[in-house]
Each structure stands twice: as C-alpha cells, then as structure tokens.
Design a protein around this ligand. Sequence first.
Ligand SMILES: [Fe+2]
Ligand SMILES: [Fe+2]
Length: 296
Amino acid sequence: METTTKKIQQEQNLNTKIQATLDTIYNIPAMPDIVSEALRLLNNKNTSNQQLIDIISRDQSFVAKVLAVANSPIYTLRREVSTLDFAIMVLGYTEIRHIVVVISFLESFKNKNDKYFDQNAFWLHSLLTASIGKNLAEDLKYQKSGEVFVAGFLHDFGISIIHRYFKNSYMAIYDMVMNKNVAYPVAEKIILGMTHSTIAKYLMEKWNFPAAIKTAATYHHNPSFAEENDEMAAIIHVADFLAKKIKINESVWDKSSEIEEGVYNILNITEERLKEILDEYEKKFTNHSELLGFLN
Ligand SMILES: [Fe+2]
Ligand SMILES: [Fe+2]
C-alpha cells in the first residue's frame, strides 16, 4: 500500500515537472530575426543567389564568418575563397544556405561562459558532429546529406536551451552528474521530467523546423525509435558518438557513449565497415581545433 502511494506521488511529481518544463518552453521568445530568416532560406529552395548574398552582406562580420567556414577543413577546397560570389560558385548555393543557418544560430545562442558550461567546447562538439555527419552522409550516399550538416550542428541544441532558460535546473543536473555519478540524460529526466532531446523537439516544433532536422535532435541518442527519417537520426547518432570519442573537453554532457545496435540495420552497413570508416575519420578530425577559428 505504502509503495503504491509512493509511486503515485512520484508520478504526480514527474507530471508537475513536465508541465513546468513545457510552460517554460512555450514561453521562450520567438526566434531571433536572423535565425528565422535563415530557416526560411532552408525551407525555401527557390531563394535566388542575390537574395542570399543580400542577407549575408548586411553584416560584414557575418560575411567573414561564412568565408571562414568555407575555407575551414570542413571543406577541402584547393583555392582560397575570398568573396561570397566565389564561395557560392565553388560550394554551391545549397551548401552556403546551410552555413548561413549554422552561423546565425551560433551568433544568436552563444551565451557567456560560466563554470558549468564551456561554450566553445559545446559549439565545437556541435560543429564536429556536423562535419563528421556530413562526411558520413556523403560516404553512405544518403540523399539529404546537406541537411545533415545543420542537423548535426543542432543535435544537442536542447542542452544550450537548458543552460540558458533553465539555469537552476542546469546547475542541479550538473551537480547530480558530477557528484552522484548519474548519467546526463537520467539527471535531466529527474530534474526536468524530460531530456534535452525532447526539449529540442518541442522547440523545433514551435519554430517550424524541417522534419528531418527535428527527428535528428529528438532521436540522436536512440535512432531506432524514430518512425521516419531514421537514417538521418542514425547518421547523427554515429557522428555524435565519434565527436564524443574525440574528446574536446571534459564536459558534463559529453561522457562517452556506445553505438546503438539498430544503427547497422538502418544504415545498411556492417559493424566492421562502419568501424573502418570511423577509424579513418578519427584521424582526419583529430585536429579539430582548426575549426575553432570562426567560433570566436
Ligand atoms: Fe545529446
Ligand atoms: Fe552530442
């Protein structure tokens, strides 16, 4: 009897937490203009080159960042790209649109560092997952490989939202992981009633994100559960695994993980072949600090 009462009490507590979390998510302000403009670009495949150049050119530091990404090791271009026109010519219009989306997010959601959250480590992990995911998608001939870059970049977006809008909860989660040795997603569930993946899902729904990107954020820890776009979720899951393995910093959310069994089936690849590819990437991406240039 006593255990039943305790169970009901626990469920009520969990429901209250979930409701409080949802209320906070729904109260998060609308997206910054630059981000919604960038998303519109992502959704609207008919934007002209000139419209894209106009949007980017409004801010010179933005232009510089786009060029820095184009010249970064993410793309192995043989020639230095020094103008936007040339960048669009070399990388293609679609690729530049994805870069614009990523940079506008970075610009809008980069918080101040504090002792609980290392911004550079977080965004570098995001960028590394994006770059590994993009390579993997190309090697596995996955059709939506362009979107993988954005999906990889935003897969842990929920973590930065928790840090920004649920500050006290973030500190409580941090404390639980560090001092009580609880796994990060488990601590999130105890404190907030849901994980960063679910938080990202609600927010991406509210902000009308493309479906495949939302699926990747929602299921990057358990891609087998995705009912659609499971390939995208699996690619991001694997990319996240490798990005964690190439440790950037000892971050609380960045503990090592394992590849989910179902991934081999979803991606139609053997465990051995995937391991071979990842070993190769590990060498290629170890010098990830070069990616840091445009984070600052
Ligand atoms: Fe995650
Ligand atoms: Fe991650």
